[in-house]
Design a protein around this ligand. Structure first.
Ligand code: PEP
Ligand code: MN
Length: 293
């Protein structure tokens, strides 16, 4: 009875539908799916009680850069490898990514390390190509409300990692996840990556409380990207630990073997030895918070 009441309360807390009508039970909600969703990706598990670490360069830049960084990620004991091939850059004159060549290098890094990989899709026209190379498809912050992209990703069979937008409320974020779920893909991972506020001391403002709200309202895995949240490698480790402590299901962090030479986001990229130290700390902390690493 108590459980039923709780369910009713949760459903009532969902956003009101048009005309004030009670909304149908959303697929993302705990009312529709009580237990935490855990998504297997190769040998990795994304979802409670696991704490997953996804690490790698912002962008795939060259064979040497990708392989050297991939080896560092593997040696540190991370679970998945990231690398962008189609990059959403603010300036059209900035490095835009290697495109399919980047996807090929990422797939080679997967073969070399045995780590599953994740890369970003920016446009519906790229979905088939990217799906052929990657294990998880990432939707970037700038595309979180690209509804035609979300609907098409709902028809793929690969897990989708959805990043919160720079000015997306949590209601809106959950509804974006609903687009993918309602289109037939049950494998959605949410990623808090900082939002835009008045504060300029950090690149964005990490909304750490978003993890608490999301974990209460959805069964989907929730991870944190401290790299894009702060834009400065000095703050990445402490916030990664905060993510573990607050109940996130994992983190995604940028790593580069030679950050000073990075074509994108070098300032926020950890060096391999910094990743090693962070992994060691997280492994010590994980059991205290009931997490498997
Ligand atoms: C990224 O993860 O490479 C990225 C571009 O992040 P975001 O979409 O959160 O800015
Ligand atoms: Mn980046």
């Amino acid at each position: 009875m108590q459980a039923q009441m709780e369910t009713v309360k949760r459903v009532e807390n969902l956003p009101i539908g048009v005309g004030g009508a009670a909304p149908p039970e959303r697929l993302f909600s705990r009312a529709s799916h009580r237990n935490d969703t855990c998504i297997p990706v190769g040998p990795a598990r994304i979802g409670a009680p696991n704490f997953v670490v996804i690490a790698g360069p912002c962008s795939v830049e060259s064979r040497d850069q990708m392989m050297e960084t991939a080896d560092a990620v593997k040696n540190a004991g991370a679970g998945l490898l990231r690398g962008g091939a189609f990059k959403p850059r603010t300036s059209p004159y900035s490095f835009q990514g290697l495109g399919e060549e980047g996807l090929k290098l990422l797939a080679q890094a997967r073969m070399r390390t045995g780590l599953p990989v994740i890369t970003e899709v920016m446009d519906t026209s790229e979905i088939d190509l990217i799906e052929a190379y990657t294990d998880i498809i990432q939707v970037g912050a700038r595309n979180v409300q690209n509804f035609s992209l979300l609907k098409k990703l709902g028809r793929t069979r690969k897990p989708v990692l959805l990043k919160r937008g720079l000015m997306t409320t949590l209601d809106e974020f959950l509804m974006s996840a609903e687009y993918v779920l309602a289109s037939g893909n049950e494998q959605v991972i949410l990623c808090e990556r900082g939002i835009r506020t008045f504060e300029t001391a950090t690149r964005n403002t990490l909304d750490i409380s978003a993890v608490l709200v999301l974990k209460e309202r959805t069964h989907l895995p929730v991870i944190v990207d401290p790299s894009h949240a702060v834009g400065n490698r000095r703050y990445v480790g402490p916030l990664a630990k905060a993510a573990l402590a607050v109940g996130a299901d994992g983190i995604m962090i940028e790593v580069h073997a030679h950050p000073a030479q990075a074509l994108c986001d070098g300032d926020q990229s950890l060096r391999p030895e910094e990743l090693d130290r962070l992994m060691a700390d997280l492994k010590l902390m994980a059991p205290l918070f009931g997490r498997l690493m």
